[in-house]
Design a protein around this ligand. Sequence first.
Ligand SMILES: C[S@@+](CC[C@H](N)C(=O)[O-])C[C@H]1O[C@@H](n2cnc3c(N)ncnc32)[C@H](O)[C@@H]1O
Length: 346
Amino acid sequence: MSFKEAIPLYSTEYGTAYTGDSYYLLKNLNSDSIDLVLTSPPFALQRKKEYGNKDQEEYVDWLLRFCPEIMRVLKPSGSFVLDLGGAYKKGRPVRSLYNYRILIRLCDECGFNLAEEFFWHNPSKLPSPIEWVNKRKIRVKDSVNTVWWLSKNDVPKADVKNVLVPYSERMKTLLKNPDTFYKPKKRPSGHDISGGFGKSNGGAIPSNLLQISNSESNSKYLRLCDKFNAKRHPARFPAKLPLFFINFLTDPGDVILDIFGGSNTTGEAAENLGRKWISCDLDRTYVAASAFRFFEEPIKEKHKIIYSNLLNSNNLPINLPGKHQLLLFPNNQESTIELMKNIRLT
Ligand SMILES: C[S@@+](CC[C@H](N)C(=O)[O-])C[C@H]1O[C@@H](n2cnc3c(N)ncnc32)[C@H](O)[C@@H]1O
């Protein structure tokens, strides 16, 4: 199924969720307007668990189609963070290189820089593929996604001070009494281990290995999906992943874009951090349910009406109560209805 346009479905204080093909959303965005594109594409290939070279090439080409537009809409100081899960080749215990091919083509063909590669370790990931891991026991559990942090110029906006992590127990002891641990001196390497090393900076510098469990079980989104009998999105980010990159790479008031928004974890993280956001997903039912993230509990009759309108109404976008909207397309009733003709419920 393909939609020709993206239309705004709802808006909150800081953002707007669209439904439709993000390619067209990107085409409508101004150049140099976005601070961070943070996204995780559909795992069409991973769902099959194993795939042939042709599928793989087509998938890489499909994803690459969005990237010149991403480059165009990013501000010069902006970043593009792309989460990609790993996969096996068809019928073979051999890994696909598709995530590395995408990275190389993003740099070679679209002109992105690899600012840094991140690895997201999800300890709660289930073992797969069953054939190699569970049955034949010749491969270990694959629980790490590659997350490419790409940039337009050499020094994208970034501040590690916003994402410091707690000090280790050893470091905490050292900070309490630095003199008993280190005497300022030169290392054989010539590095000067000065007394400054024993000074607290409020936290330790994180590494590029992000250990975040994807085991959310009682969020408002999930509770309301059950209450409204809506399908839970099957491939959601854990909230900490967008929170980390938004804190690291943007300031309050900056604009974040997720072109494969799904359940809009990115939008909720941005809203909570006071950043503007734009999210888009092809599937209107996912976008409608993602509004649960912004419903104020307790749930009342008005929420049922809002949800029903999110699924069926042509009178869009819907303002979630008590919020103003950041709309990028003109809120023109006629054009919205025209656009709605292209939107089908899945
Ligand atoms: C891996 S999911 C994203 C999940 C999201 N990060 C979250 O936390 O819920 C990828 C999403 O991309 C959507 N999608 C696929 N093709 C698209 C397109 N051309 N434009 C917009 N969304 C698309 C799918 O419907 C799916 O929901």
